[in-house]
Design a protein around this ligand. Structure first.
Ligand code: 5RP
Length: 222
């Protein structure tokens, strides 16, 4: 199977999960990236069962709207049963690195509101220890140099993402060379650096369910 076929398979499994677990008339949280895009295409087929969606990025909002799915402002939604999103890496505790597409801040906010975070990923994303994928950190532009110095003190090699501005008007630093033994501790520590908006560790609020695309089919973990 190609990687796209694996992504399609997990997107379909996420559609089945939503159909089973999200009550009719509810609002679905939708992530960002190529795997999430496949999920949006699946969601289009069952959209009549739901009130609409909340988007974790402008790109996702546009794709949802192109399918005729109503997109709500998160402030107008008080309950969201399920959030579906991809990941750049996911470990055995369902802690993740996200933000390869630069949407980490809105993804973390939408995920915080949802009852259940369903991560959809192919086997290439499954790791023993997080950190081979550079950790994205969203930063207020005036704090770039300060935050970079602080991230270097934590043992990483900060690299400014070139020609990229987030949906929130901020910059992204990709931190290379981290071996993340304590994902919750590092997520907390990076959040405390002045000028950091958000970091791509999703460990304080990990996924609840992983739908993992493998050559033998989609595994549901745990
Ligand atoms: C975007 C993300 C994505 O979920 C992550 O980058 C995975 O993307 P893809 O499904 O394209 O591999 O966090 O900010």
């Amino acid at each position: 199977m190609t990687q796209d076929e694996l992504k399609q398979a997990v997107a379909q499994a996420a559609g089945d999960y939503v159909a089973k677990h999200a009550p009719a008339g509810s609002v679905i949280g939708v992530g960002t990236g190529s795997t999430a895009n496949f999920f949006i295409d699946v969601l289009a087929g069952i959209k009549h069962q739901y009130r609409g969606a909340v988007a974790s990025s402008e790109a996702t909002r546009m794709r949802l709207e192109s399918h005729g799915i109503t997109v709500f402002d998160l402030n107008d939604v008080d309950h969201m049963p399920v959030y579906v999103d991809g990941a750049d890496e996911i470990d055995g505790g369902l802690n993740m690195i996200k933000g390869g597409g630069g949407a980490l801040t809105r993804e973390k906010i939408v995920a915080a509101v949802a009852d259940t975070f369903v991560c959809i990923a192919d086997t290439s994303k499954r790791v023993g220890t997080l950190g081979s994928f550079p950790l994205p950190v969203e930063v207020i532009p005036m704090a770039l140099a300060h935050v970079s110095r602080e991230l270097a003190k934590l043992g990483g090699r900060p690299v400014l993402r070139k020609n990229f501005v987030s949906d929130n008007g901020n910059l992204i630093i990709d931190v290379h060379g981290l071996r993340i033994a304590d994902p919750q501790g590092l997520e907390t520590k990076i959040n405390q650096i002045a000028g950091v908006v958000c970091n791509g560790l999703f460990a304080l609020r990990p996924a609840n369910v992983l739908l993992l695309g493998t050559a033998d089919g989609v595994l549901t973990i745990p």
